[in-house]
Ligand binder design. Structure first.
Ligand SMILES: C=CC1=C(C)c2cc3[nH]c(cc4nc(cc5[nH]c(cc1n2)c(C)c5CCC(=O)O)C(CCC(=O)O)=C4C)c(C)c3C=C
Ligand SMILES: [Fe+2]
Length: 414
């Protein structure tokens, strides 16, 4: 698992390097405004930003960043297809360029690489960049022998209404950051680095709560107003790593330390949802809206009791409640780490909000995670009538890059 986030002081040299002429003068005089300077010490060599700006995630390591790291405020999901004629060497060169760029940006070294100046005076702001490979890439590069069985196409679900132009993709990038400009800067630079090698297939933009906006910063709310993410696998769970990551001796070997990301753009039918009485909404999910407690429970962290009956002998958590139908308990232990972003892209021609969840979930094998759970939800989940699955993709996300290496090296040079 990546190291936990830690606010890291930004060196004075880097700040001066990234502040631009007027900012540098201000810094030299110790007179820069509140957002940059938390605790400046005369004569010290470091000048901390606020913790939002300074939080750094490591790019290199056993796993890629952006899987178990805390959700960020801003997210961009981008899919690319190789330009015809790009071969394995070309793909390797692209992944090397992307990895070097991601490592520099995540370390807050934007000044060294950023010709756009979009994020020039910002710290790394929890930036993570994650790369994945779609099944089509293996055909294009003649690497079908290395295609993981876990990357088999997802089955069709009865409620799917998928847009092929916003689904699939040979290459995938997930960008997350707690600053909008840092996120877009990464997006621009990664896009520019793809020129001549890959063209963008689709792009989706989402958001989560800003750190510090609530006294309960660990609990996200989605656009249905629910606390979402409570019963995710937890790092202290004995099987946490095994559920999310391909083991070191995994199959295929190039996926050691990797994971599989299922990406679904799920539109919420917010108008009919908001017409439901709150009590009904809570029965649809099986949890209270106010504090996320399971029905019949005290608080968000109260374990869900699926066996509990009310005075009339009926299940306290309805038989078709979302938490019952999706729970590992009712799915032979199938589980995934959900790490979504909300989106709101204006209105559709009929006036309905084009809004919902960029559902991203992580697992060591989609056949022991997303697939069985979504099959079950598709058959009888009280939430499904309020959702439309509009786009879908599945990506193999290799393990993290070694220093001096790049993501996917074991596949592309194997
Ligand atoms: C196939 C997997 C899932 C899809 C697709 C999905 C969509 C989806 N879910 C919500 C809102 C909530 N989901 C909650 C719990 C929950 N959801 C899934 C799986 C999928 N959800 C699981 C495995 C769980 C955990 C079940 C459990 O063990 O208790 C909750 C409750 C809070 C929580 O535990 O996170 C909410 C709320 C939406 C809005 C949505 C599609 C837009
Ligand atoms: Fe859910």
């Amino acid at each position: 698992m990546p190291e936990p986030t830690a606010p890291r002081p930004i060196s004075r040299r880097r700040l001066l390097g990234t502040a631009g002429a007027t900012g540098a003068a201000g810094l030299a005089a110790g007179a820069v405004g509140g957002t940059l300077l938390g605790t400046a010490h005369a004569g010290s060599t470091t000048t901390p930003l606020t913790s939002i700006g300074t939080t750094v995630h490591p790019f290199h390591g056993t796993h890629q960043p952006g899987i178990t790291s805390p959700l960020q405020t801003h997210g961009h999901l981008l899919a690319y297809d190789l330009v015809p004629g790009t071969d394995r060497r070309g793909a390797a060169a692209l992944l090397r360029r992307w990895s070097q760029l991601a490592a520099a940006l995540m370390a807050g070294e934007a000044a060294d690489v950023d010709g756009t100046h979009i994020s020039l005076d910002a710290g790394p702001s929890s930036l993570t960049v994650t790369f994945g490979f779609g099944a089509a890439l293996f055909d294009t590069l003649g690497l079908t022998d290395a295609l993981p069985t876990a990357l088999a196409p997802l089955p069709e679900f009865s409620a799917d209404a998928l847009d092929p132009d916003r689904s699939g993709g040979e290459l995938w990038i997930q960008i997350g950051a707690d600053d909008a400009l840092v996120a877009v800067s990464a997006l621009r630079l990664l896009h520019r680095a793809a020129a001549g090698s890959a063209v963008q297939r689709w792009q989706m933009t989402g958001f989560n709560r800003t750190p510090g906006a609530t006294a309960r910063p660990m609990s996200q709310r989605n656009l249905m107003g629910q606390i979402d993410g409570t019963n995710n696998p937890q790092p202290e769970d004995e099987d946490y790593d095994r559920r999310i990551f391909v083991p070191a001796q995994g199959d295929p070997p190039w996926m050691a330390g990797g994971s599989y990301a299922v990406v679904r753009r799920i539109r919420m039918l917010l108008d009919p949802w908001e017409e439901l009485a709150q009590e009904e909404q809570e029965r649809v999910i099986g949890r209270r809206k106010s504090d996320g407690a399971p029905l019949g429970g005290d608080s968000e962290t109260t374990p869900v009791d699926l066996a509990a009956l009310d005075g009339a002998g009926r299940p306290v958590i309805p038989v078709n409640a979302h938490v019952r139908v999706s729970s590992p308990e009712t799915n032979d232990g199938a589980a995934m780490l959900r790490r979504p972003f909300s989106y709101h892209d204006g209105l559709l021609p009929d006036g309905a909000p084009d809004a919902g969840l960029l559902f991203v979930c992580w697992q060591a094998d989609p056949l022991r995670g997303f697939v069985p759970v979504q099959r079950k939800l598709d058959r009888g989940d009280a939430l499904s009538p309020f959702l439309r699955h509009e786009a879908s993709a599945l990506f193999a996300v290799p393990g993290g890059a070694a220093r001096g290496g790049y993501v996917g090296q074991a596949l592309l040079e194997g």
